[in-house]
Design a protein. Structure first.
Length: 254
């Protein structure tokens, strides 16, 4: 399994997952042109090879490229049950596959984790292929400890590290927006991300990608140092990458 975060942040999110038999997108919150250009870079035929789009939730920064992408690709859009009404004007009903239970797309097993955001439903994903596992979770204000056992010791984590709490509270956002971001239905802080990763990474973890960094309330250095120092305290020396809004990550072999 290979993973490439194409874009991550409040202006748009999309992640490419590639195996021997399948290509998936997690979210399509950037333009079709950008998605198509990234597929071209990886020598992937978007119309032929894309086997599905997994949606985490219906906010625009995760769906705004979906309408055009659906016109140029015949792949299904996998939709957590309950989200169909929110995207019915973007994706034809005939293209949606509603799900509640774990399922397969070709050789990728797909499972979900509930996230805590100000829209429902909202989910993260656990993808598995040939013993390699990816946990993908953004846009959540907290993670319930009951999920830790399911999250533990994955090969790769793409986890939100949205804001530094001090920068957020001292920053330019109006109070209502600060409270929304910092709430249980908002976004994870760097410290929260570090805490959750320290509780769930394991001996099989090879990669951590910090995602959905705020443009105004975080810095790459703060996110990296907060998570790196906490993992080091727990005895982990795991490579940490930073997902960016305008620049994709490398194609990461899980």
């Amino acid at each position: 399994m290979k993973v490439k975060v194409l874009a991550s942040g409040s202006k748009g999110n999309a992640t490419l997952v590639q195996t021997e038999h399948a290509i998936l997108l997690i979210d399509a919150g950037i333009s079709y042109q950008r998605i198509a250009s990234y597929f071209l870079e990886e020598k992937i035929d978007l119309k032929k090879d894309l086997k599905g789009i997994l949606l985490t939730h219906s906010h625009t920064d995760h769906t705004k490229g979906l309408r055009v992408l659906s016109k140029y690709s015949s792949c299904p859009v996998y939709v957590p049950k309950g989200m169909e009404e929110q995207i019915k004007d973007i994706v034809p009903q005939s293209r949606m596959i509603l799900f509640e239970e774990p399922f397969f797309v070709e050789d990728i097993q797909v499972d979900t984790l509930p996230t805590s955001h100000d829209v429902s439903p909202s989910v993260g994903y656990i993808l598995e292929n040939e013993g390699k596992t990816l946990l993908y979770m953004t846009d959540t204000g907290y993670i319930n400890e009951r999920l830790f056992s399911k999250m533990r010791d994955k090969s790769m984590y793409v986890l939100e590290s949205n804001h530094d709490t001090t920068m957020l509270m001292d920053g330019p956002y109006p109070r209502y927006l600060k409270e929304r971001v910092d709430s249980d239905n908002g976004h994870l802080s760097n410290r929260q991300a570090a805490t959750y990763l320290a509780a769930t990474v394991g001996k099989h973890t090879k990669h951590v990608v910090l995602a959905h960094l705020s443009e105004h309330n975080n810095t790459e250095n703060l996110a990296y140092e907060t998570v790196h120092s906490r993992l080091k305290e727990e005895g982990y020396e795991i490579p940490i990458l930073l997902a960016r809004q305008e620049e994709p990550t490398e194609l990461i072999e899980v």
